[in-house]
Design a protein around this ligand. Structure first.
Ligand SMILES: Nc1ncnc2c1ncn2[C@@H]1O[C@H](COP(=O)(O)OP(=O)(O)OP(=O)(O)O)[C@@H](O)[C@H]1O
Ligand SMILES: [Mg+2]
Length: 301
């Protein structure tokens, strides 16, 4: 475990109303408000994620999903509201580079692995044993080598351990990047469109991976692939225009008239690539909410 959690300061203004670390929700956003050039992107948004929960965050393009993750990770500062992590840490007061130390891992949509380094070396970089240019900074102890081995197994890349990351498939790069977060043992994992651009088989394996991951931590997944969400989600939060529009099981939210209305008229579906299978017909794509809704931004290469 390399995450070193800071001691709770007695003078923390958040401590007054906060719950003790280890109890209550892992993440709690209150009245979050973000505006860009006078345009409200998050509108007094309330959101809460339980410990050990995997939540799916869906919503039309521009709903504010990525902005919410940006606020959780300190990339964007809210004009109002706060985000409490692990019972007492006010994330709005933290910098982005504090995340790993706090126990939060974020994966952006586009895989950002070091292509000229091997799979193993990428995991060494994530653990701080190697620079991103490849230079060995410290020698790896047996415990850390074991941790890398276990992570490789978890993300199904054991056979590719010595392969250059740049030569991996798109899906394998996504898994490696998830592995680079897992090796840091985060309490909370934030994944923005993890199956975008994946083949069907890769998507299924990612689903299995997420189910393994959530056994030890909380996971928030932004996803447009509704078939994927339907397969995995117990609870879904639907965002629209910077607010939570609906929350509940996938069955419940997809029947919510407000949700259906929000999704209508949002452009074309983005089909999921299939291996040896024809693309799904419009309206039956795995990205559709019910049968006629839109999907997302462009897939990654
Ligand atoms: N840095 C920024 N400056 C100005 N406007 C921004 C900025 N970041 C996001 N926005 C706007 O905020 C709105 C919400 O964007 P956001 O990326 O959070 O949506 P999203 O729900 O993630 O959408 P998508 O599903 O397309 O990824 C959009 O209208 C976007 O154009
Ligand atoms: Mg987004």
């Amino acid at each position: 475990m390399i995450s070193i959690f800071p001691k709770k300061p007695s003078s923390s203004p958040s401590a007054v109303r906060a719950s003790p670390a280890g109890s209550g929700p892992i993440l709690s956003a209150e009245k979050l408000t973000v505006s860009f050039d006078g345009f409200t992107v998050l509108d007094a948004l309330d959101f809460s994620l339980d410990r050990g929960e995997m939540r799916f965050l869906i919503g039309p393009n521009g709903a504010g999903k990525t902005t919410l993750i940006d606020v959780i990770t300190g990339k964007t500062k809210p004009s109002r509201g706060r985000v409490i992590f692990d019972g007492w840490i006010d994330l709005a007061r933290r910098q982005e580079h504090d995340l790993v130390r706090l126990g939060i891992g974020r994966k952006f949509q586009t895989p950002s692995v070091f292509g000229s380094l091997s799979v193993f070396q990428n995991l060494e970089v994530a653990l701080g044993f190697r620079s991103s240019l490849g230079a060995q900074l410290k020698s790896l102890g047996a415990q850390d080598a074991d941790r890398i081995g276990a992570t490789l197994e978890q993300v199904s890349l054991t056979e590719q351990v010595n392969q250059r990351a740049g030569t991996l498939s798109h899906g394998q790069k996504q898994w490696l990047e998830i592995g680079m977060l897992l090796v840091q043992d985060p309490k909370l994992l934030l994944l923005d469109e993890p199956v975008a651009g994946m083949t069907r088989r890769e998507r299924d394996r990612t689903g299995e991976l997420l189910q393994r991951i959530v056994q030890d931590r909380s996971v928030l997944v932004v996803e447009h692939d509704m078939q994927f969400v339907r397969q995995l989600a117990r609870k879904v939060t639907v965002m629209h225009m910077g607010k939570v529009l609906s929350e509940g099981s996938m069955e419940d939210v997809q029947q919510d008239p407000q949700v259906i209305k929000a999704y209508l008229g949002h452009g074309k579906q983005r089909p999921v690539k299939a291996e040896g299978e024809p693309e799904p017909a419009a309206g039956t794509s795995s990205t559709s909410l019910a049968s006629s809704h839109r999907s997302s931004a462009s897939a990654t290469a």
